[in-house]
Design a binder for this molecule. Structure first.
Ligand code: BDR
Ligand code: CA
Length: 314
């Protein structure tokens, strides 16, 4: 029997690693992308929406793209860090201009419509702050029943990257993350525990360069840009955080997974935005998350390259 593709909504703040996650998602026959929705994070929502349209043009995605929430739910947004992804939010190679305008609906309204209308339960892949997803759950709680899981890049059980304890996506909107983690919807959490090991190193970039199709040409240049920032920090490669949240849904065997109960710290001087994981099951609370703890880096890279190669067939 033919396996049905998973209906997914890609929500993010692209962003080099969001973009590469979407390149892979679009190339995989295991996904049916219902929509792309942009959120405030790496850059303003307006820039993220424009970048989303340009990525859509690059990968040949013709479905709806919608602009999401401009600000976090309750807290003032931290200033977007231009040193990680550049001034545009997606600096590096020139991208094609959008082929389509933004959808008339806001991200939240579009998500609500598509999830309600879907015959299959939908998966949301969220690779930016969780503002859009939380706003959806607050304003349209009835859609929960038709969401299979939410696969996020965010948090870290062991450490943070924006404060010693908190990861960027969660720190930008901790209250939104808290709503999502307490929603009762199962979460796949690609936190820093795994994403900092999902490194693309120089020989991998060379392999992508050798593919020689229009998408691989952009991807290796994105990786080159993203690597420069991380290299200065001492990383041996560029961490593809957001691709982990995509890849776990189609190749879970590449990852070491651990179910646990995770809560988000929303009010604290030192640990606001921390994802507190009950690693040893001390609370006795039922796990709400499948956390990605480790990755077989070589297999992860091989799969990524396999999907980028698919753009040669078009
Ligand atoms: C997260 O922050 C962004 O820079 C990346 O796109 C990723 O989603 C990593 O902390
Ligand atoms: Ca991101």
């Amino acid at each position: 029997m033919l396996k049905k593709p998973i209906p997914v909504i890609l929500d993010g703040d692209p962003g080099h690693d969001d973009a590469i996650g979407w390149v892979v998602a679009n190339a995989s026959e295991d996904f049916n992308i219902l929509a792309i929705t942009a959120v405030n994070g790496n850059c303003s929502t307006a820039k993220a929406a424009y970048n989303s349209l340009r990525i859509a043009a690059l990968i040949g995605y013709d479905g709806p793209v919608a602009k999401g929430q401009d600000n976090p739910l309750y807290v003032e947004s931290l200033k977007a860090p231009t040193n990680v992804h550049g001034e545009s939010g997606l600096d590096g190679p020139a991208l094609p201009e959008p082929k389509h305008p933004l959808d008339n609906l806001s991200a939240v309204e579009l998500m609500s419509k598509l999830i309600s209308e879907s015959n299959e339960k939908v998966v949301i892949i969220a690779t930016g702050p969780l503002t859009n997803v939380a706003a959806l759950l607050l304003t349209h709680p009835e859609v929960k029943e038709n969401i299979a899981h939410i696969s996020i890049m965010g948090g870290g059980i062991q450490f943070g990257n924006w404060t010693p304890a908190a990861e960027f996506n969660i720190l930008i909107d901790p209250e939104a993350a808290d709503i999502v983690f307490k929603s009762g919807i199962h979460i796949f959490m690609a936190g820093l525990d795994v994403t900092e090991k999902a490194l693309v190193c120089q020989p991998d970039v060379q392999r992508i360069k050798e593919i020689g199709n229009p998408v691989s040409e952009i991807v290796w240049k994105w990786l080159d840009f993203f690597y420069q920032f991380h290299h200065k920090l001492g990383y041996p490669g560029a961490p593809l955080h957001d691709l982990c949240a995509v890849m776990v849904l189609i190749h879970p065997e590449v990852f070491t997974l651990k179910d646990m109960y995770v809560e988000v710290e929303t009010a604290s001087d030192y640990s606001k935005g921390t994802t507190v994981g009950d690693y040893y099951g001390i609370t006795g609370k039922k796990p709400n998350c499948t956390c990605l703890m480790d990755v077989n880096r070589e297999q992860f890279i091989d799969y990524m390259i396999k999907y980028i190669e698919k753009y040669s067939e078009v």
